[in-house]
Ligand binder design. Structure first.
Ligand SMILES: [Zn+2]
Length: 58
C-alpha cells in the first residue's frame, strides 16, 4: 500500500498496492475523489475526479 497526501485537505490518502491506472480513490477525510495516474515507472500522481455526489465506501 502506498500513502499519499490528499491534495485537498493534506490528510493521508491510502492507495491500495494493487491500484490500477485510472482507479478512483476517495479521501476518507474530506470526501474528495481522485483519479490515480500511474506511470510506467510506478509513480503515482493524482488527478481530480468528478464528484459523483454519492456515498462511496462507507
Ligand atoms: Zn482529503
Amino acid at each position: 500500500m502506498t500513502e499519499n497526501s490528499c491534495p485537498e485537505c493534506v490528510s493521508e490518502l491510502k492507495i491500495p498496492g494493487d491500484a490500477i491506472d485510472g482507479e478512483i480513490v476517495t479521501c476518507a477525510d474530506c470526501g474528495s475523489a481522485w483519479e490515480l495516474d500511474i506511470s510506467s515507472d510506478g509513480t503515482v500522481s493524482l488527478k481530480q475526479a468528478e464528484s459523483v455526489g454519492e456515498d462511496w465506501g462507507e
